[in-house]
Write a protein that binds this ligand. Structure first.
Ligand SMILES: Cc1cc2nc3c(=O)[nH]c(=O)nc-3n(C[C@H](O)[C@H](O)[C@H](O)COP(=O)(O)O)c2cc1C
Length: 439
């Protein structure tokens, strides 16, 4: 790998923080999830740090079925991601804007149109985190037959991604006002889409001209075999969850090795695992900050979160101080279920310990330490073939992001690992993705 390779950074936004108990912290802001000023502040902090992108997750449903649990977890109020990012687009100038949206509960024309619009109004800074949606609560809002099988969700996602790319590529650069006014559009540069697939029919053109970056960046997060294959074929960025260096290296090598058969180079895709940094002036201070948050987790909430990712209805039927029971493969996020099972076995954790650990960052990598220690950990994964960058998940907002920008980003710069300033105006340029090749 080249020595001037730079790390990519995303700021994963989430109401009051990524830690499940962030809303109970003394510094918490109760209405953070629906306070636009709060998100503008976060976006500006991340842009001051020269982050590549803001990242917003989604599920078109409440997150918790049990009202008792829902009343103790702060994820029930949130903005719809594309509306939020449209507001942040006009309050920022360089940072990328990546919204999560589902291929299971949308149609290609409608969603491609919305993303094309965000890409236009932000000057080429939009990205789409394409997900297949693995929540039963979400399925209940859309489909009378419940959550579709994993394989069917991906089959639909494959067709959806191809239709979206065809729609965005249906308009050539310079198709509108080609000669400065004699005609509005050059018909030869418009290529209507004609698709009749198993899941979708699309006949026509988007009304958006091509954006400054050509089309929105494609981000993906699936980690099952079929998820990695779709990413290798269509994604520019992959968001991943891994605990150990070895796990992250295996995932990285696996996804990159799949690119060649689609005529793509390893560097055409940026792999950005999540990291939840807890920054302290000393290691002891960082660990104490983490303990404060951990002590705010009610056991029942931690266990319910773990159970929901494992898709076990009632984990409390098992002894909390015993190991996880054996369980069948979930129809939800298969990769996260495996990560939890592996973590429990590797570290010999009881259900209670596993739940507390998982509640910190939903299975993402957590690092508590000084800025230098956090930079060391990131540098190791970056240079040892485990990451091209990271999606930063501050446990508490805004302080966790502020501390990362004030202390860890300068340390990464001192090491030559992170940019001093934006290289361009579009997300594509800043991610170092090179010229867009139409498919
Ligand atoms: C790191 C990561 C982040 C994800 N974020 C979301 C999300 O914000 N919304 C969503 O509906 N699904 C999300 N997913 C779920 C995926 O879209 C997909 O439904 C799920 O991963 C099942 O596919 P897999 O078994 O290939 O991982 C995420 C998955 C991973 C691995």
């Amino acid at each position: 790998m080249s020595s001037d390779r730079k790390m990519r950074l995303g700021a994963f936004l989430m109401a009051g923080g990524h830690h499940i108990a962030a809303w109970r912290h003394p510094q918490a802001h109760a209405q953070a999830g629906v306070d636009i000023d709060h998100f503008i502040e976060l976006a500006r902090i991340a842009e001051r740090g020269k982050f590549d992108m803001l990242f917003v997750e989604d599920a078109a449903a409440i997150r918790e079925r049990n009202p008792e649990m829902a009343s103790q977890a702060a994820r029930s109020t949130a903005f719809e991601p594309l509306s939020l990012l449209a507001a942040l687009a006009v309050n920022t100038s360089h940072i990328g804007l990546v919204a999560t949206a589902s291929t299971t509960y949308n149609e290609p024309y409608g969603l491609s149109r919305t993303f094309a619009s965000l890409d236009q109004l932000s000057g080429g800074r939009a990205g789409w985190n394409l997900v297949t949606s693995a929540s039963e609560l979400e399925a209940e809002n859309f489909a009378s037959s419940g959550l579709r099988p994993h394989s069917e969700r991906y089959e639909r996602a494959e067709e959806f991604a191809d239709a979206a790319l065809a729609l965005w590529d249906g308009v050539d650069d310079g198709a509108y006002f080609p000669d400065g006014g004699a005609q509005f559009a050059d018909r030869a540069r418009l290529h209507p889409v004609h698709r009749r697939g198993k899941h979708f029919t699309v006949e026509g053109l988007l009304e958006s001209p091509r954006s400054a970056q050509g089309r929105p960046i494609m981000v993906q997060a699936g980690a099952s075999d079929v998820g990695k294959e779709l990413a290798a074929r269509t994604a520019d960025v992959v968001f991943a969850a891994s605990q150990t260096l070895a796990e992250a290296q295996a995932y990285y090598a696996d996804v990159k090795s799949r690119l060649a058969k689609y005529g793509r180079k390893p560097d055409d895709i940026k792999i950005m695992p999540g990291i939840s940094p807890i920054v302290g002036a000393t290691e002891a201070e960082a660990k104490a900050k983490y303990r404060v948050l951990q002590e705010l987790i009610p056991d029942a909430v931690g266990v319910a979160l773990l159970a929901s990712y494992l898709s076990i209805q009632d984990l409390s039927a098992y002894p909390l101080d015993g190991p996880l029971p054996d369980m069948p493969q979930t129809n939800l996020i298969q990769s996260r279920q495996q990560l939890i099972i592996d973590l429990g076995k590797r570290e010999n954790l009881s259900i209670r310990e596993l739940a507390r650990h998982f509640a910190g960052a939903r299975g993402h990598w957590q690092v508590a330490g000084t800025p230098a220690q956090i930079a060391d950990a990131m540098e190791e994964r970056f240079s040892e073939g485990a990451a091209d960058g990271f999606n930063v998940m501050a446990p508490l907002f805004p302080s966790g992001l502020e501390e990362f920008v004030a202390h860890v980003v300068p340390e990464l710069r001192r090491r030559g690992l992170f940019r001093e300033d934006y290289e361009g105006r579009t997300l594509r340029q800043n991610l170092g993705l090179g010229a867009l090749i139409k498919r």
